[in-house]
Structure formats: structure tokens, C-alpha cells
Design a protein around this ligand. Structure first.
Ligand code: ATP
Length: 319
């Protein structure tokens, strides 16, 4: 194998740059040239290619976002778009691709392989909603961002004796809400994986109120929707001053944590090794402390279950 390409696709996540650096440096170490593709799959269709040398990835390990930029590409959903992408790659002498992104990016990778292009996927998304990996690149940084926000909101919630309903990202999954809620000491955590009654949240707040506790942090995953409605119901039932904070895109930014950089470095290096070994359709994951690889199609048919023990633990600790 003489030349591989690398791209970042879907939503950006802190640590994508660290993964890119690992891919480039590992490939060069093994004598392979690397081509960077700008803006995900649309860069493949437009031949938006740049050669990446050792120096091109210097000074990026600590930066959020992705220097390759990222995009969602409608044309890639159609066979003609994907065929054009493969033609462009073949004419540029590209023999394999490392795709860093979420499950959509992995679905695109499967389709590329069907057209003859070997692909290895690296899970890069803050949502952690990818099967066959306990951690995705960017999740740890996003959770730390949310915990930092909870700490700040807690100060004002205590001072004003208010209830804060904080909505966090995570698409249809509650990984960010659960991890940040446990780490941030939230009174209630509302996630899509667990049906909930606003009445139970209110009962808990009232119980606290009776003990003289007048502030509360309620963490709601975006997949549940209705943070405003929950806040309104709490206000009406408990007569408490309630506020809603939707954290939004700050959860996507920032310098990646040490863990995200370590994960990205390990996964980036492994992705290149998989291509060198002749693998054609793999995703990289981590289980315990071990870096693993799985057939992407099979992996996408699996589920990543949320840790319900942590959910119950958070309920016990916030009694
Ligand atoms: P995130 O989890 O952050 O949203 P993602 O990788 O899941 O990241 P998507 O927008 O779902 O983000 O997918 C990225 C791109 O992958 C799409 O814009 C499209 O170009 C391609 N893609 C997704 N699904 C498919 C598919 N079934 N077939 C071909 N290409 C796909």
C-alpha cells in the first residue's frame, strides 16, 4: 500500500485533529503517503485533496474542531456520487481510506467498500452512540464541558434558590446526560432510554424542599425534548423559580481532554495498521483498555447500551 486518504465527516468532535495526526504520522512511519480530503465525503466527489506531510499535522493535537473541515454530503447518498468519489480516489492513486466520524459516516464507508475501496472507520462523535466501542472520540471532552457548565449554573442556582433544567446534546442517546449528570451531581437525569414521569421529578424536588433545599439541577438529554415544558410543570407544581439552559454547540468545541487525545492517537494508529494488513471494511473500537476492530456492517447492526447501573447510582446519590 503506497497511498491512503483520510477525512473527517458528520458532526465535528474534539479529538478529531489528534486522530488525524495519528493517522498521518503512523502512515508515514510505515512509508505510506497520506492525502487529506476536505469536508468529508463531498471532498471525495470534488477531488478536494491535499497532501499531508509530517509537518502538516504539527501543533494540532490540542485543537478542537477539524483542520480538514467536515460536512454532511447529500450527493454521497446516491450511487452516482459514490462512483465519482471512487473514480477520483483511484485517479489520485489512493488505495484505502480512513473515515473519522459517526454512524452515518460509517454507513457511507460501507457503501464505498462495495465499490472496491477499502475503508477503516474511526468513531469520532461527542454522542458516544456507536456500537462496539465504549468510548467515541470527543465524548469525554463534551462531558467535561457540560460538567463545567453545571458547576457554574450550580453557583447561581444555589444563590437564587432556583431549579435549573439543563438540556444537553446526544441526539437520540442519553450518554452525555448520564455521565455529566453523575459527575455533576444532578438531582434528576432524564434520558431517552428510560421512560420518566415529570411527577417523579417534582416529588423529588418537593422532598428536597421539605428538607430546606431550594435549588436543583435537572439534566435532560436532547433526545427527550421538552426541557421548557418540564421546567413549566415544575414551576406550576412546586411553586419554585425555574430556569432552562440549553447548552448547545459549546459542547462540540474546546481543546480535547487528555483521554480523548490518547484514544484518538491509539485509534488513528490502529486504523492505518488495519489498512496495511489488507482489511477492507473495519471500524476501530475500544473495550476495556484494548483497541479492537470490527466489521463495520456487523458493528452497525449491534447496539451500544447505556449503563443503567450508573443511572440507578445517580438516583441513589441524589436522594
Ligand atoms: P454525527 O454522529 O456527529 O452526526 P455522522 O457521521 O453520523 O456524525 P451523518 O450526517 O449521519 O453524520 O453522516 C455523514 C455523511 O455520511 C452524510 O452526510 C452522507 O454523506 C454520508 N452517509 C450517511 N449515511 C449514508 C448512507 N446510508 N449511504 C451513503 N452515505 C451515507
Amino acid at each position: 500500500m503506497k497511498r491512503v486518504a483520510v477525512l473527517t465527516s458528520g458532526g465535528d468532535a474534539p479529538g478529531m485533529n489528534a486522530a488525524l495526526r495519528a493517522v498521518v504520522r503512523t502512515a508515514i512511519y510505515y512509508g505510506i503517503e497520506v492525502i487529506g480530503v476536505k469536508r468529508g465525503y463531498s471532498g471525495l466527489i470534488k477531488s478536494d485533496f491535499i497532501p499531508l506531510g509530517i509537518g502538516s499535522v504539527a501543533d494540532i493535537i490540542h485543537r478542537g474542531g477539524t483542520i480538514l473541515r467536515t460536512a454532511r454530503c447529500e450527493e454521497f447518498f446516491h450511487r452516482e456520487g459514490r462512483e465519482k468519489a471512487v473514480r477520483n480516489m483511484v485517479s489520485a492513486g489512493i488505495e484505502g481510506l480512513v473515515a473519522i466520524g459517526g454512524d452515518g459516516t460509517f454507513r457511507g464507508a460501507v457503501e464505498l467498500e462495495k465499490l472496491g475501496m477499502p475503508v477503516v472507520g474511526i468513531p469520532g462523535t461527542i454522542d458516544n452512540d456507536i456500537p462496539c466501542t465504549q468510548w467515541t472520540i470527543g465524548f469525554d471532552t463534551a462531558v467535561n464541558t457540560v460538567v463545567d457548565a453545571i458547576n457554574k449554573i450550580r453557583d447561581t442556582a444555589t444563590s437564587h434558590e432556583r431549579v435549573f433544567v439543563i438540556e444537553v446534546m446526544g441526539r437520540k442517546a442519553g450518554f452525555i446526560a448520564l455521565a455529566a449528570g453523575l459527575a455533576g451531581g444532578a438531582e434528576s437525569i432524564i434520558i431517552p432510554e428510560k421512560p420518566f414521569e415529570v411527577g417523579d421529578v417534582i416529588t423529588k424536588i418537593m422532598r428536597g424542599q421539605n428538607r430546606g433545599k431550594l435549588h436543583s439541577i435537572i439534566l435532560v438529554a436532547e433526545g427527550v425534548s421538552g426541557a421548557l415544558e418540564i421546567s413549566k410543570k415544575i414551576h406550576e407544581a412546586a411553586g419554585l423559580d425555574t430556569r432552562v439552559t440549553i447548552l448547545g454547540h459549546i459542547q462540540r468545541g474546546g481543546s480535547p481532554t487528555a483521554w480523548d487525545r490518547i484514544l484518538a492517537s491509539r485509534m488513528g494508529a490502529e486504523a492505518v495498521k488495519q489498512l496495511i494488513q489488507g482489511e477492507r471494511k473495519k471500524m476501530i473500537g475500544i473495550k476495556g483498555d484494548a483497541i479492537k476492530s470490527y466489521d463495520i456492517e456487523w458493528a452497525l447492526s449491534q447496539t451500544h447500551e447505556i449503563n443503567m447501573q450508573d443511572y440507578h447510582l445517580s438516583a441513589i446519590l441524589s436522594i
